[in-house]
Write a protein that binds this ligand. Structure first.
Ligand code: FAD
Length: 457
């Protein structure tokens, strides 16, 4: 029987474990914090649970227009919200543990490192150590928040995204440093929950890695809702002064708040993993180098998820893990296709994207046509009082296959699915246009955008 040892029980690890069992392997997962990994315990699941409450607040704040009387005076009990967040995360971690134990995966609580490519040494959480031997090892150790010497989190007022769920009261004024996806999501969420929020962005606009039109919409919405967005403002240091925090910017300006949330990116958990002993190569940032079937430079050692830095998404981690096991255990393998990855920024409105980007088109790297339809013209959006957002579709020049798209809307994460199906299966704009959509619906704008790209023959 094949044996597989997996280090890390996040989506990169536990999804791989399920595939390995299905393919007949005997599987051990070593996990130091809890099954589900950071995804479930500190990052994705907690933040999206918090955002479920902030989304509700956003909806209520806009409901007077729809005839609701008295809306807008609600307030949030952050202690209860955070209690729910943590309870839900632990329950999900338990669900995952039960599921993989049901499949006879051995789970060891402890910290693991390689000692050569086929040996994994484990410091068990219950004391003692163990040596595991396997011809197939998967490293799925994830990443942790980046911190800098001049802004050391104290867990009370200067916080990483892992620490915010310990707050019992809403910050009076939260300064969020970093305007990438994590910074934007938390800034939007806390603003909706009722805090004063300042977002410190080192770039020209928020979400520098996202579709520029989408970023413009979000920044407008943030500003309109009263968020103080400081662009081209680089943080130099964050200092605690009693029950205040002082954020100094490199241009000499200072921002004072009650709390500061640092969203400065992630560092791979690759240190102390014994990578050198096994001949596993890393890049300059410490990310484990892998190919499209998740192989590292050491035979039999695979890596998946955030520790590879390929695309820091739970869905990509899981896919890399599954692909690794299919490759290692001799099943049919489909190498990772990043072109079809769907991602979403969970702000209000949400920003969902798939396929080629505006940046690639503008740079002349991809020859494509595009159309953008504002949601303000969509009948369902009008009924629901939605004005911000759009649907943008990219297709091959000449009205051919759909090759990408952006949706900025409430629940864009759900609306993008039809575009994602089109991109991954190579549907043409006509095929998308000819599929029925419900009237009235937001998805009608996806079909309408496809119709606008029709080329008469
Ligand atoms: C705030 C935030 C929100 C996010 N929201 C989303 C989202 O909405 N959607 C999405 O797709 N992605 C989201 N992401 C990204 C997503 O969380 C990551 O891409 C995902 O966690 C990667 O999964 P992973 O399996 O690689 O690592 P992880 O989930 O981090 O799991 C790795 C596990 O390995 C363990 N480990 C590390 N070293 C060792 C060792 N030596 N021995 C034993 N165990 C070890 C760690 O303790 C951890 O439990 C978010 C990220 C952040 C920061």
């Amino acid at each position: 029987m094949n044996r597989v040892v997996i280090v890390g029980g996040g989506p990169g690890g536990y999804e791989a474990a399920l595939v390995a069992v299905q393919l007949g392997a005997e599987v051990t997962v070593v996990e130091r914090d809890g099954l589900g990994g950071s995804t479930v315990l500190t990052d994705c699941v907690p933040s999206k649970t918090l955002i479920a409450t902030s989304d509700l607040m956003t909806d209520v704040a806009g409901s007077a227009e729809l005839g609701l009387v008295g809306a807008g005076s609600e307030s949030v009990d952050l202690r209860r919200v955070n209690h729910r967040v943590k309870r839900l995360a632990l329950a999900q971690s338990d669900d995952i543990r039960r599921r993989i134990e049901r499949e006879n995966v051995e789970v060891i609580a402890g910290t693991a490192r390689l000692d050569g490519p086929e040996t994994v040494l484990v410091d068990r959480a219950d004391g003692g150590s163990e040596e595991l031997h396997s011809q197939v090892v998967l490293l799925a150790t994830g990443a942790h928040p980046r911190v800098v010497d001049t802004a050391i989190p104290d867990g009370e007022r200067i916080l990483t995204w892992e620490q915010v769920y310990e707050l019992d009261e809403l910050p009076e004024h939260l300064v969020v440093v970093g305007s990438g996806v994590t910074g934007a999501e938390f800034a939007g969420a806390y603003k909706a929950l009722g805090c004063e929020v300042t977002l410190v962005s080192s770039r020209d606009r928020v979400l520098p890695g996202e579709d520029p039109d989408a970023a413009v919409v979000l920044e407008e919405v943030f500003t309109r809702r009263g968020m103080n967005v400081l662009s081209r403002s680089r943080m130099e240091s964050v200092e605690r002064k009693g029950d205040r925090v002082l954020v100094r910017l490199t241009d000499g300006r200072e921002v004072e708040g009650s709390h500061c949330l640092l969203a400065l990116g992630s560092i791979p958990n690759s240190e102390g993993l014994g990578l050198e002993s096994a001949g596993v190569g890393v890049d300059a940032g410490g990310f484990i180098e892998v190919d499209r079937v998740s192989r590292t430079s050491a035979r039999g050692v695979y890596a998946a998820g955030d520790c590879t830095g390929v695309l820091m998404l739970a869905s990509v981690a899981a896919m890399q893990g599954r692909i690794a096991m299919a490759h290692a255990l001799g099943d049919a393998v489909h190498p990772l296709r990043l072109r079809t990855v769907v991602s979403n920024v969970f702000t209000a409105p949400e920003i969902a994207t798939v396929g080629v980007t505006q940046k690639e088109i503008d740079a002349g790297e991809v020859d494509a046509e595009s159309v953008t339809l504002r949601l303000s013209g969509n009948p369902r959006a009008k009924m629901q009082g939605v004005r911000d957002g759009f649907v943008k579709l990219f297709c091959r020049a000449g009205g051919g296959a759909v090759i990408g798209g952006v949706v900025v809307a409430p629940r864009a994460s759900e609306l993008i699915h039809s575009v994602s199906l089109a991109v991954s299966t190579g549907l043409t704009t006509d095929q998308v246009a000819n599929a029925f959509t419900v009237y009235p619906s937001m998805s009608g704008s996806v079909a309408e955008a496809a119709r606008r790209l029709h080329q008469p023959r």
